[in-house]
Design a protein around this ligand. Structure first.
Ligand code: PGA
Length: 267
């Protein structure tokens, strides 16, 4: 594996979504019982639509796939329309043939959150670890709900959301005061434990966070910057999200060379 941190710049949101779905589909085809780490928010919606389309056209089977979601709001009932549980069933799980018993989403209602978090880590381990983890990035550079200042070794736990994240997510709830202030999230260390990472970003609002994550120093202030420490990362951006990168030309060149190399190697 020559290409460790691949930065792939696509023209727009649809192209970004298609590319990410292809990578996930390839993973499932090569390992039907793949363990997927999944994300919520606006960014992955296009990927989920594309995966549903692939499933409907008959060439993508989720029957042996297992999934683990990154995070869930604390004390939001799973049947609340804005819970990540509702999001995942509505936007993906109800439309593919994944088995409900193979789906795991953090339980924000657990009475003992500490032991729930330990059991979530344990369940990931028992599944053999996450094969590919899908990630968005917050405008503050977070992955999962690992807000600036999170320990880079952190595991699944309760996190306090920043005011910026609460404001950003108010669009789903209608008003800011309805957004929960806490969430249960996989830690940065949990995410780093996945075998492959697939981070997506779309739109100019994410450009600064993307630049800081990819070209800035590795720092707990931008938790997405830990991607630089992982051996197998795909970052897929649309042109606007890539607009503040200083080395875009080089990333585009590397991708061309990677395609050429893969074509010649027949991979
Ligand atoms: P978004 O959220 O996809 O809704 O922009 C990303 C994130 O906060 O991780």
């Amino acid at each position: 594996m020559f290409f460790k941190l691949r930065v792939i710049i696509e023209k727009d949101y649809s192209a970004m979504s298609r590319k990410a779905a292809e990578i996930i589909a390839k993973e499932i085809r090569s390992k039907p019982q793949a363990v997927l780490g999944l994300a919520t928010g606006s960014t992955p919606l296009g990927v989920y639509q594309e995966l549903i389309r692939m499933h409907e056209t008959g060439n993508l089977d989720f029957s042996a796939v297992r999934t683990f979601n990154l995070d869930e709001y604390y004390r939001l009932r799973p049947d609340h329309p804005e819970s990540y549980h509702s999001f995942m069933f509505k936007n993906l799980f109800e439309k593919i043939n994944v088995k409900p018993e193979n789906v795991s989403i953090p339980d924000g209602m657990a009475t003992d959150i500490g032991s729930f978090c330990e059991s979530y880590e344990e369940r990931i381990k028992e599944a053999g670890g996450i094969d590919i983890q899908l990630l968005g990035i917050g405008r503050d550079g977070h992955i999962g709900f690992n807000e600036p200042g999170s320990s880079l070794g952190s595991r699944t736990r309760l996190k306090t959301l920043t005011e910026e994240t609460i404001r950003d997510n108010a669009r789903f709830f209608g008003k800011e005061s309805d957004v929960p202030h806490f969430a249960v999230t996989m830690g940065v260390g949990t995410i780093l434990g996945a075998k492959k990472l697939l981070m997506l970003a779309s739109g100019g609002g994410k450009a600064r966070a993307v630049r800081d994550a990819i070209e800035g120093p590795v720092s707990a202030q931008v938790t997405a910057s830990v991607l630089q420490l992982h051996p197998n990362v795909f970052v897929i951006l649309d042109e606007e999200a890539a607009s503040m990168l200083s080395r875009s030309d080089y990333y585009i060149y590397v991708e061309k060379m990677a395609e050429k190399f893969e074509a010649e190697a027949g991979t």
